[in-house]
Design a protein around this ligand. Sequence first.
Ligand SMILES: Cc1ncc(COP(=O)(O)O)c(C=O)c1O
Length: 391
Amino acid sequence: MIYLDNAATSWPKPESVYQVMGEFLRTKGGNPGRGSHTLATAAAEAIKETRIFIARLINAPRREQVIFTLNCTDALNMGLKGLLKPGDHVITSCIEHNSVVRPLTKLARRGVKITKIPPSKETGVVSAHDIEEAITKDTKLVVITHASNVTGIIQPIEVYGELVRKRGLIFMVDAAQTAGTYPIDVQAANIDLLACSGHKGLFGPPGTGVLYIGDRVDLDPLREGGTGTHSEMEEQPDTLPERYESGTLNSVGISGLGAGLKYIFAEGLERIRTHEQYLTERLIQGLLNIPGVALYTAKDLTKQASIVSLTIEGYEPGEVGVILDQTFDIKARTGLHCAPAAHRTLGTFPLGTIRLSPGYFNTVEEIDATLQDLDRIARTVAPKVADARKG
Ligand SMILES: Cc1ncc(COP(=O)(O)O)c(C=O)c1O
């Protein structure tokens, strides 16, 4: 089996993630922050450790600014709905995931104004100049993805961050596809809100995500409830991270996320990125030699995350996905990838693309085998397509 769907969730996880989670449930399974017995404090320690690791990874000034969430979608909802009020204006792009698009659509019904900026047709990059031009007196937030989950094209967040800060606005980044693979420094890039999946590049299990909240932002919490602290108060405490972490945390998942981060630190971000970049470039180069393949990637492959979207002439993307899975045991994602606007921009709406997303545990042999199989698939219909054209 060849797993090439790491943009959806990374698999497999490092061995230590499985071990730590099993051990956590057996030996540390208390409710963190609820009580002072040893099982509760062991769970709280594991969560604190993961929080420290995330803060280190993104250079957060204080670990309390790292909030654990259910996933990246939850983090984006917390940021967008906690910040934006009727009358506010928000600038975003036309390549966002539905996790940004749908909360904003809901907020628009409550009177939030939205401007969506298309990327350049040539480069796939959203221009900082276009963002600047869209700023109005009501603009409060710029929210943009670090890398499109359809094209994999990296956006220059440092450039946007500088502009947004200069104009006194809030800057939110969706790092679902880059955290754990690309260096992200929230202070250097002037990021006020950073949303990450825990279960993709950070190697945690599903059900984990992170929201970093910078000092310049005051979000209304989306939910209130027990925090294990200030239990005498009827109001939600306003200390971090409790203000945004009501109810029992996914402590076993967070302990696994901690093991994922430890693994990243041990391997080194650079090494992970270099390997993924090598596989991605090899995949793209190979695909260029297959008849009927159209690619939707960056021109400059150094600006390309480990995501390759393609279509094959004569096939619907979904058909290729089924053949890859059932004939060749290759796991790829096909369709719209929860980002219909990105497909409208690319011209691949409504059928979408075939998306191959190599991860750190994929090998060169797996990439070559996938290329061979895609070549066979493409060549099966290539003559029919040519005949149909002649006819
Ligand atoms: C760019 C982007 N944003 C947000 C998300 C949502 O992430 P999650 O599944 O962790 O909620 C994804 C998931 O694929 C994504 O690719």
